[in-house]
Design a protein around this ligand. Structure first.
Ligand SMILES: Nc1ncnc2c1ncn2[C@@H]1O[C@H](COP(=O)(O)OP(=O)(O)OP(=O)(O)O)[C@@H](O)[C@H]1O
Ligand SMILES: [Mg+2]
Length: 372
């Protein structure tokens, strides 16, 4: 077990900078999840921690010890890949044994570790099969088994579930969480999947373009995104964003643009905004409720909109309408078919508004949110 600490870590490939000096403290036993758009440096960071890529600049510490120059096998880390990376000509048992034999462990110690992993992952029935004779989920369990038997200080997962179908992915997600709770091994996990990020993470690291945009608990990141990028990236469907200006109307601070005026709760915003400031406000889809179709907010602004189209998802319905050129998505917690063209009053929940400075892109409450 170990903490992992990244200090100004940089990765340069030729003239390209893949990772731009990131700083991160991952406490012992915690579960960190990296998310971000394709190419933002998630795998590169993970591979540097694993020792599969050299670190161009900066310092990597595992349990307080600098490991930049330590070969991968001596770092006490084990990585699980999206592609599973099993040896196709070996049986499941041989795949599990392989790294332990290289380490020249005693036969009895090898048996003990394999037995434990096989029990935890329920792999007994498959020990004599080759990977080609296994389903995707079973292969993934073998890949995890191979990491577990090494009894690492740190688990690294790079999109381990992305080749599985949705149902299996949900099952394996719960298994990974259970396993990590039980083994208490510090874990760093890369994913594209928002549900995996929200449910697995003790804290989420949102990356973009080789930088960390925000670090925080799932609830922090969702409730208090540090900037417009994080606001738009986390949450599905994405947060609705509207650009305009802060104005004062009869002593009340408001957001206003050509279409729309919203009073801004003064207890949150009076001290951080000034009239005339260019701001962008955000409402999550669930904070825009069609009147008479769900729990209505106590303080709201009503906008009448013609539904352009709707998506009935079973337990909820997404409604798409426009405020002038801007498409707005509302989430209705009712499975109801809404015809295109149907006009509804949408209530924008004023107490749930997010406010960003348009120019910097940062939350106007950024002093109060955790930033990476
Ligand atoms: N071996 C390499 N040589 C040159 N450039 C590379 C190499 N590996 C990665 N890169 C570049 O580094 C950047 C970060 O890549 P990385 O694989 O870390 O992205 P990622 O966040 O894992 O993306 P994805 O979500 O698509 O897996 C990309 O621009 C990529 O093209
Ligand atoms: Mg990747």
């Amino acid at each position: 077990m170990a903490s992992v600490c990244l200090k100004d870590i940089v990765k340069v490939y030729g003239s390209d900078i893949a990772v731009r000096g990131i700083n991160l403290d991952i406490p012992d036993r915690s579960f960190a999840v990296f998310v971000g758009p394709s190419g933002c440096g998630k795998s590169t960071t993970l591979r540097m921690i694993a020792g599969l890529e050299n670190i161009s600049h900066g310092e990597l510490q595992v349990d307080g010890e600098v490991v930049n120059d330590l070969p991968s096998r001596d770092r006490g880390v084990a990585m699980v890949f999206q592609s599973y990376a099993l040896y196709p000509h070996m049986t499941v048992r041989q795949n599990l044994e392989f790294s332990l034999k290289l380490e020249k462990l005693d036969h009895s110690e090898i048996e003990r570790r394999i037995d434990e992993a096989v029990t935890v992952l329920e792999l007994h029935p498959f020990l004599d099969r080759k990977p080609s004779q296994l389903s995707g989920g079973q292969r993934q369990r073998v890949a995890m088994g191979r990491a577990i038997v090494r009894e690492p200080r740190v688990f690294l997962f790079d999109e381990p579930l992305s080749n599985l179908d949705a149902k299996l992915r949900n099952q394996m997600r719960v298994e990974i969480k259970r396993l990590q709770r039980r083994l208490q091994v510090t874990t760093i996990y890369v994913t594209h999947d928002q549900i995996e990020a929200m449910t697995l993470a003790d804290f989420i690291v949102v990356m973009r373009g080789g930088n960390i945009e925000q670090t925080g608990t799932p609830i922090d990141i969702f409730e208090a995104p540090a900037n417009l990028f994080v606001a738009g990236f986390i949450g599905s469907p994405r947060m609705n964003l509207l650009a305009g200006t802060a104005v004062e109307i009869d002593g009340q601070l408001c957001f206003s643009n050509d279409d729309f005026t919203v009073p801004l709760p003064s207890e949150r915003f009076a001290d951080v905004l000034s009239a005339g400031q260019e701001i962008t406000v955000g409402f999550r889809p669930e904070d825009i409720v069609p009147e008479q179709h769900g729990i209505e907010p106590t303080r709201s602004v009503s906008v009448t909109g013609a539904v352009e189209f709707s998506e009935m998802l079973g337990n909820e319905t997404l409604l798409f309408f426009n405020i002038n050129q801007t498409e707005i998505i509302s989430r209705m917690h009712q499975p109801r078919i809404v015809e295109s063209g149907e006009t509804l009053n949408f209530l924008f929940n004023v107490d749930r508004i997010h406010v960003f400075d348009t120019q910097s892109g940062n939350s106007v409450l950024s002093d109060q949110v955790t930033v990476g």
